[in-house]
Design a protein around this ligand. Structure first.
Ligand SMILES: [Zn+2]
Ligand SMILES: [Zn+2]
Length: 453
């Protein structure tokens, strides 16, 4: 395919996007990855004997974790339907004589288990296990699930020596639905003071950029009439959609580079000879800060109202039919602890600026990270420049490198948890960083309404 049309030829196929920029950014990323390193921990962490016991526990768990990872990958289930996946993970935990709460915190496919001393500090380790329609575990959540499981079971193996409590949360519906927000609204994070998880990727990064995300459904109501005989008696809802889409497009020039807005028309009329009385669009809005996401929301809402005014249609705005995702707030102290422990497995954790900021998505861990200090580390499972959400990435997530990452991540999350439970200086540094970034936010009402189901 060419990247421009030859107008003397058939125009029935699209032109090909030029790959120059992707290649250029990949080259820049590779160059930065050679030199830029994440900072390491300056705090002491856990007792070496405890860490040695965790190392042995992870080694022993290895075959169980990899079997579970491949099993989840072979039986992918989408958001809110992860019944088999949740049961498989719960069964493994119960096989280690640990009680599991199934259907935990308001969701049929959520899980919770805990070990250690509830009178001490409490840290949570999270496992996602939802897949994508049509492409299975193209986001590699089988790696997330089993790395979290491994960290929890390793910590459970030394539970009598833990100076605090570890909560394991099986969190459904990250790809759509905001499972962590729903669980948090049902008490999953009550008493929890820090949270950890990993996500597979093509680079090892402790503190990556994730944008906040909201959804807006704009429903325009017009007046139907005969499009030829009495058009003057109509109000055209499709015109309103057209003007909103155009207004959003024009607004893009004024948006900061890290804001995103993308929409589709979900209803636009039925027949040309009837002036459409019902038309509807669904937009996703994304931004790097909760504050800037609120600003973007106001602008897009005004554009919708403007479209209604211009066409004489009615408009109804429905925000966040599933919970909005806040951006991920990094935590320097926990990220440094992560980089140190993950580095002990021969990993080179990169600074967050290695990957171009334009390659950012969103995750419901953002909502966790505005409640408690947290780390959402990206872990490198493939050398290829593969994109998340592809079949190729699903294959990579059960490859040899991904298997090694499951065990390395299980170790690192277990070790950081032990560090955090053992070391008041690390806990204080994490809190200081969290408070300096603005402290805990009332997430469900952040955008002015209750949003968790
Ligand atoms: Zn994903
Ligand atoms: Zn994912």
């Amino acid at each position: 395919m060419r990247n421009t049309h030859d107008i003397s030829q058939d125009l029935s196929t699209p032109t090909a996007p030029d790959g120059f920029l992707l290649g250029h950014l990949a080259e820049e990323t590779r160059r930065r990855a050679l030199t830029e390193r994440a900072p390491l921990a300056t705090t002491t962490g856990a007792d070496p004997d405890l860490l040695a016991a965790l190392r042995d526990a992870v080694d022993e768990l290895g075959p169980t974790l990899l079997e579970a990872s491949h099993d989840l990958s072979a039986h992918p289930e989408v958001s809110f339907e992860e019944h088999r996946s949740a049961a498989a993970l719960a069964d493994v935990v119960e096989a280690h004589d640990i009680e599991v709460v199934r259907e935990a915190h308001g969701l049929p496919t959520a899980l919770r288990a805990e070990v250690g001393d509830p009178s001490g500090p409490t840290i949570a380790v999270m496992s996602e296990y939802d897949a994508l329609p049509g492409i299975g575990h193209g986001c590699g959540h089988n790696v997330i699930a089993t790395a979290g499981l491994g960290a929890f079971l390793a910590l459970a193996a030394v539970r009598d020596r833990l100076p605090g409590r570890v909560v394991w949360l099986g969190t459904p519906a990250e790809e759509g639905g905001g499972g962590k927000e729903i669980m948090a609204a049902h008490g999953a994070l009550d008493g929890v003071e820090a949270a950890l998880m990993v996500h597979p990727f093509t680079y090892d990064i402790a503190d990556p950029l994730f944008l906040g995300r909201r959804q807006l459904r704009a429903t325009f109501t017009g007046v139907t009439s005969h499009a030829s005989a009495q058009p003057f008696m109509g109000r055209n809802a499709l015109d309103a959609v057209n003007l909103m889409y155009t207004g959003v497009g024009l607004h893009r020039q004024q948006m900061p580079a890290t804001d995103r807005v993308h929409g589709v028309v979900t209803a636009g009329g039925d027949r040309p000879n009837v002036i459409p009385e019902h038309a509807e669009m669904l937009f996703y809005l994304r931004s790097e800060h909760p504050e800037s996401l609120a600003v973007l929301s106001d602008r897009i809402a005004d554009i919708a109202r403007g479209a209604a005014l211009m066409t004489g249609c009615g408009v109804e705005l429905s925000w966040d039919e599933s919970p909005p995702y806040l951006p991920v707030r990094g935590n320097a102290a926990l990220a440094a602890a992560w980089s140190t422990r993950y580095g002990e497995r021969g990993r080179r954790v990169l600074s967050p600026d290695v990957v171009p900021r334009m390659f950012a998505g969103s995750t419901d861990f953002g909502n966790v990270s505005y409640r408690v200090p947290g780390v959402h580390a990206m872990v490198k499972i493939t050398d290829e420049d593969l994109s998340l959400h592809t079949r190729e990435f699903a294959d990579a997530a059960v490859g040899e490198e991904a298997d090694r990452v499951v065990l390395d991540s299980a170790w690192a999350m277990a070790a950081v948890s032990a560090d955090w439970l053992s070391d008041p200086a690390l806990r204080q540094a994490a809190v200081d960083d969290f408070e300096a970034a603005g402290g805990a936010v009332d997430v469900p009402s952040y955008f002015g309404q209750e949003t968790a189901r």
